[in-house]
Design a protein around this ligand. Structure first.
Ligand code: HEC
Length: 148
């Protein structure tokens, strides 16, 4: 006897009945879908980990620059060696503050502008421009924004 099903021919003794072929095909398709999904997940995780690594490299550099520029002589700053100054306000929780120095909305661009030239924003402030470049001020701001 020969069964014909949409172009599939399988007779007695044929190793692959149409039913098994469909099942095989389906499970193969599922397996490759799973592999593809797993690959996408792994790729996404890798990307996230790379982002996290570069972000933490930036914040580490920011913390080092804060030490280098002596911000701690005027500010108390969490996790920065010898940063116990009391001239300016403590910078703990700076990430959650609404205003920078009470005058400037706390956005990262404004933070960079403040770090680079505080007196341009508030001519009477006692905080000096320490001479940080734009790139350095961005790294410093990135560290400050870890202080929640
Ligand atoms: C000579 C002392 C001095 C140094 C050095 C100094 N600051 Fe300040 N800083 C101040 C004072 C004073 C204020 C308060 C300013 C105001 O309210 O006008 C201030 C304010 C700030 C604020 C706003 C704080 C808030 O609560 O809104 C930030 C952020 C800040 N400083 C970051 C830094 C960083 C980063 C450095 C190093 C690159 C630094 N400061 C170096 C004196 C200093």
């Amino acid at each position: 006897m020969t069964i014909e099903l949409r172009g599939w021919t399988a007779g007695p003794g044929s190793a692959r009945s149409p039913e098994t072929s469909w099942r095989e095909c389906l499970s193969r398709a599922l397996a490759s879908a799973c592999i593809a999904a797993a690959c996408m997940l792994i790729a996404a995780c890798e990307e996230q980990r790379a982002d996290a690594r570069s972000q933490s490299a930036v914040t580490t550099r920011g913390r080092e620059l804060i030490e280098q520029y002596g911000c701690g002589s005027c500010h108390t700053i969490p996790h920065v060696d010898a940063a116990r100054g009391t001239v300016g306000p403590p910078l703990s929780g700076i990430a959650t503050r609404t205003y920078i120095a009470g005058v400037l909305p706390n956005t990262s661009d404004n933070m960079v502008a403040w770090i680079r030239a505080p007196q341009k924003i508030d001519p009477r402030t006692a905080m000096p421009a320490v001479g940080a470049t734009d790139e350095e001020a961005r790294a410093i701001a990135a560290y400050l924004y870890t202080l929640k």
